[in-house]
Design a protein around this ligand. Structure first.
Ligand code: ACO
Length: 325
């Protein structure tokens, strides 16, 4: 038995903001952003679009590519840090209604930028436990909505997007998801968090407040570089494969410099890491499916190849998954 990734769908907002356009509004330059992050532009969700709208479009795209009808889906697992609703209902339930996958199980996973890895692991495990045949794994975020645009050290980093994978349990063994490593360092929770302004707790209607991203850039940077190296080593140890067996490492697209430093630490050529941060910036839990879809479109993923997905993010969380494509 295997858990196979059948297709990857995406939804990328049309509105694109280049570094130069951003520099007209924020005290920054194209040169600084590119040299410190590798980012050249970001896409921003249209007014009125919520995370679930981007997510539903990416899900329908993935379903069409897999030739699977929404009603055949048994499970939806959504990774997001920007849910439509605070607390409940889950964004997965909202998406279920929007795509017409009525009746299936639906839940959200909170793991920051590691969200897609966590969600894929949760959904694969549930399918392995025979809780259904087909699942949708979605990473969707609209981080520009919770960005503090007066904080130039964070506001240049993020973009909005959604990516979805249709995964299926098949009888044939040795393909698809081969193994995973997940972890967290809760002690680093305050290195990257959503600041919630104080609410009025007296009787009456609570104030509507929008949380904003707060980040200790250096701490996250160090954690991310260390995490990639540790994850790769742990995954290799668990899977009995060698690093050179993997055709691609697909990292969470947070910062090109993080990937360069991790590649150096592992002694792997940077070209084995797939990067597309230049166009989309950091789209949080959408970044890995966005990269996968681009690779599919470019013909870079060939059936039988070994591919490693590596993520890190708020929590602090980290995770990696080995896949035979
Ligand atoms: N434009 C121009 N100057 C800037 C900007 C900007 N956008 N942002 C910061 N600076 C200035 C600072 O004010 C500072 O100036 P000073 O020396 O006069 O005080 C100088 O640049 C250096 O600032 P640092 O914060 O030290 O810059 P650093 O080299 O650490 O880069 C960065 C900041 C890019 C955020 C880096 O710390 C980093 O990549 N951290 C990793 C965090 C990350 O990628 N997070 C993404 C989300 S988390 C995730 O996905 C897991």
């Amino acid at each position: 038995m295997s858990i196979l990734i059948r297709s990857v769908g995406v939804s990328i907002p049309e509105q694109r903001i280049s570094n130069e356009e951003l520099a007209a509004r924020v005290d920054t330059t194209d040169e600084w952003i590119r040299s410190h992050t590798g980012i050249g532009a970001r896409h921003v969700a249209a007014e009125g679009d919520q995370t679930s709208d981007l997510a539903a479009r990416s899900a329908l795209d993935a379903l069409a590519r897999a030739k699977i009808a929404p009603r055949e889906i048994d499970l939806i697992v959504v990774a997001t840090a920007t849910p439509d609703y605070f607390g409940f209902p889950s964004t997965a339930c909202v998406i279920q209604e929007k795509i017409g996958a009525l009746g299936c199980a639906a839940l959200d996973v909170t793991a920051g930028c590691t969200g897609f890895i966590y969600a894929l692991d949760v959904a694969s495990s549930m399918l392995e436990a025979r809780k259904g045949r087909h699942a949708l794994v979605i990473g969707a975020d609209t981080l520009t909505r919770i960005t503090d645009w007066s904080d130039r050290s964070t506001c240049v980093l993020f973009g909005d997007a959604a990516g979805a994978a249709v995964i299926s349990r098949i009888e044939e063994g040795g393909r698809g998801v081969l193994g995973s490593v997940l972890g967290a360092e809760g002690g680093g929770a305050r290195a990257l968090y959503l600041e919630q302004p104080a609410r009025d707790s007296t009787f009456g209607r609570p104030e509507q407040v929008v949380p904003v991203i707060r980040m200790d850039g250096k701490e996250v940077y160090n954690f991310a570089v260390k995490s990639i190296a540790v994850l790769v080593e742990r995954l290799l140890h668990a899977s009995m494969y060698r690093l050179e067996d993997f055709s691609w490492i697909v990292p969470h697209q947070a910062n090109a410099r993080i990937v360069q430093a991790a590649a150096k630490r592992l002694g792997v050529p940077e070209s084995r890491f797939y990067m597309n941060i230049e166009e989309y910036a950091n789209t949080s839990s959408a970044s890995i499916p966005l990269a996968l879809r681009e690779m599919v479109d470019k013909g870079l993923l060939v059936q039988g190849q070994l591919v490693m997905l590596v993520g890190f993010g708020s929590g602090l969380t980290y995770g990696a998954i080995a896949i035979r494509w």
